[in-house]
Write a protein that binds this ligand. Structure first.
Ligand code: HAS
Ligand code: CU
Length: 546
């Protein structure tokens, strides 16, 4: 394995990472504004709508920041672990994907800021945006497919040249993440191309609302694992190296990713439990599969504890929690992802609550759900991505992480945790008190319940402001990382523990996993989707509610 990073690949990776942080900055400004509005602290100028800002925030943070960062990270890991550089064709696909996605992003953001697409990041019909908003989204998806093809091509090439060898764990996980993405995006592509674009152009009058939402969640749930799996790659592969330990089990890590592929798609209906049009049986069926997809996360938790414990014992730690003491607390490459893991414990528990039909009735469409996704994707995932950026940028630019920047990184992480703790706790509690999500400031004619919510909304605004400071510091850190002294920084890839069992070869049987995945999808979705074509379903015309 080469120690220095291929310069050309570095350029491609850096372009993705910097674009991602640009999106984070603009998305962060939008987040600050809407937090302050909701807390009753400011009012927006008359020509800027709350839902416009909210759409910009959701799209830029959840869809753009994540997708660019993930593709950059996966390409870096593929380049490093599969031969030391990307094939020229793969690099071309990467750049083509980058250009198409960037174009989509720019068109999308312009349309949103023109006030023509205040439909939020889930763009639920029958709210109707400008057709160019949907076209922009389609471009982002097509660009990501090009990047995905690059990932598959690089992997296949390596496999052909390393016949019979087990692929590196990072590469295996990267391919799994992209297969998941490729299958999941078929749902949203169908929704956008077949339903929303013709409807928003006025070529057809009505849209089948439930079908569009079902296709959306076919994509929308696995989307959250598309965010999570790259963070898990860091937890499984990078963190053991950073703490000076070993990967607990290669086989377990691969198995958990196989389970994610199988079970993360046929479960989207758990976002529609409170909606009519899907029968109880299929809701029950998909909720059962939802509980299956929790298992690989529990395996991950187990594996992380085992890695920490083994590492501790090897360094002479004693007692039940002695392993905690020997972890590198002052190293932001460890500290940021670790705080992400910690947040993910209550975040995952919240997910189990959401997925339980009766409890979903209490939390659905309340701020509880907003709290849930700010500690899953907004903390567990994002803090891990930040942790990655602190070493990845030096690796690809041939620089080093200075002590000063490491310290600033620690401060930035602490700010994120404090801000998010305030904001997400406020959201969870006030959600249980009934405060709805996706609503601008209102005291509902001074209704006593709504008055009761206000202190929590203020706490959210304070938390949001602290988070914004953390975003600013992160962007400052990213820019500073481009100017640190030249030097060699290692790409941290852990080795598997000697005590681990050898990895069974069937784990790389891609055909088998894809066939099982397709069967599960057909089982879970064929009937519910056919039911939505029932002749009694009437379509809806479009509404511009803003
Ligand atoms: Fe979720 C809604 C169910 C995980 C994101 N989710 C959302 C939305 C988003 C989202 C964005 O069933 C809102 C969509 C919208 O706008 O409407 N979610 C789940 C379940 C899980 C789950 C069952 N969600 C995630 C992840 C996300 C994410 C991950 C992003 C990355 N979610 C739901 C449901 C809804 C929902 C319903 C719809 C709600 C509604 O009504 O609208 C599970 O995958 C969670 C499993 C996780 C665990 C935790 C394992 C813990 C680990 C950490 C170990 C820690 C260590 C450190 C090692 C069981 C791995 C320890 C150290 C020490 C010192 C202690
Ligand atoms: Cu989900």
């Amino acid at each position: 394995m080469k120690t220095t990073f291929d310069r050309k690949d570095g350029g491609l990776v850096l372009a993705h990472i910097l674009f991602a942080f640009g999106a984070l900055l603009i998305g962060g400004i939008a987040g600050l504004l809407q937090g302050l509005v909701k807390g009753g602290t400011i009012t927006l100028p008359a020509n800027i709508g709350y839902y416009e800002v909210l759409t910009a925030h959701g799209v830029l943070m959840a869809l753009i920041f994540t997708t660019f960062f993930i593709i950059g990270f996966l390409y870096s890991g593929l380049s490093h672990t599969l031969g030391g550089s990307l094939l020229p064709l793969v690099r071309k696909l990467g750049w083509a994907g980058f250009i198409v996605m960037s174009l989509g992003t720019i068109i999308g953001v312009v349309v949103i800021l023109l006030g023509k697409a205040s439909v939020l990041y889930t763009f639920y019909a029958p709210m109707k945006a400008s057709p160019f908003f949907y076209i922009a989204l389609a471009l982002v998806v097509i660009g990501s497919w090009l990047a995905g093809f690059g990932v598959f091509y690089q992997y296949r090439y390596w496999k052909k040249n390393n016949h019979g060898k087990l692929s590196p764990l990072f590469a295996f996980m990267g391919v799994m993440t992209m297969i998941l993405w490729q299958i999941a995006t078929l749902g949203v592509a169908l929704e956008v191309v077949v339903q929303l674009i013709p409807w928003s152009f006025g070529w057809v009058d009505t849209v089948n609302v439930m079908l569009s939402r079902t296709l959306f969640w076919f994509f929308g749930h696995p989307l959250v694992y598309f965010w999570l799996l790259p963070a898990y790659i860091c937890w499984y592969v990078v963190i053991p190296k950073v703490i000076g330990g070993k990967i607990f089990s290669d086989a377990l890590a691969r198995m958990s990713f196989v389970l994610f592929l199988m079970f993360s798609i046929p479960v989207g209906v758990h976002h529609q439990l409170m909606e009519p049009g899907i029968s109880h049986f299929w809701k029950f069926f998909q909720v059962t599969l939802t509980f299956m997809v929790v298992i690989p996360s529990l395996m991950t938790a187990f594996s992380m504890f085992a890695t920490f414990e083994m590492n501790g014992r090897a360094k002479g730690a004693k007692g039940m929690f002695g392993w905690l003491k020997v972890l590198p607390w002052g190293d932001v490459r460890f500290f940021a992802p670790f705080m992400g893991m910690l947040f993910f414990i209550p975040a995952g528990a919240g997910g189990l609550i959401n997925a339980s039909n009766q409890m979903n009735a209490v939390v659905h469409n309340t701020l509880w759900v907003t709290g849930h996704f700010h500690i899953t994707v907004g903390t567990a995932v994002v803090l891990t991505f930040f942790g990655i950026a602190y070493w990845l940028i030096p690796v690809i630019t041939g620089r080093t992480l200075t002590k000063r920047l490491n310290k600033l990184g620690m401060i930035q992480t602490v700010l994120w945790c404090v801000g998010m703790f305030l904001m997400s706790s406020g959201m969870h509690i006030v959600g249980l008190l009934g405060s709805p999500r996706r609503t601008a400031y209102s005291t509902y004619n001074d209704h006593p319940d709504a008055i009761l919510w206000m202190p929590y909304h203020v706490a959210m605004a304070i938390g949001g402001t602290i988070l914004f400071i953390s975003v600013l510091l992160m962007v400052y850190n990213v820019i500073s990382l481009l100017r640190t002294p030249k030097g060699e920084t290692e790409y941290p890839i852990g080795e598997v523990s000697e005590q681990a069992h050898p990895t069974p070869r069937f784990l790389e049987n891609w055909k088998l996993w894809i066939v099982i995945t397709v069967i599960l999808i057909l089982l879970a979705y064929t009937m519910p989707i056919l039911e939505l074509f029932d002749s009694s379903v009437i379509g809806s015309k479009g509404f511009v509610t803003w």
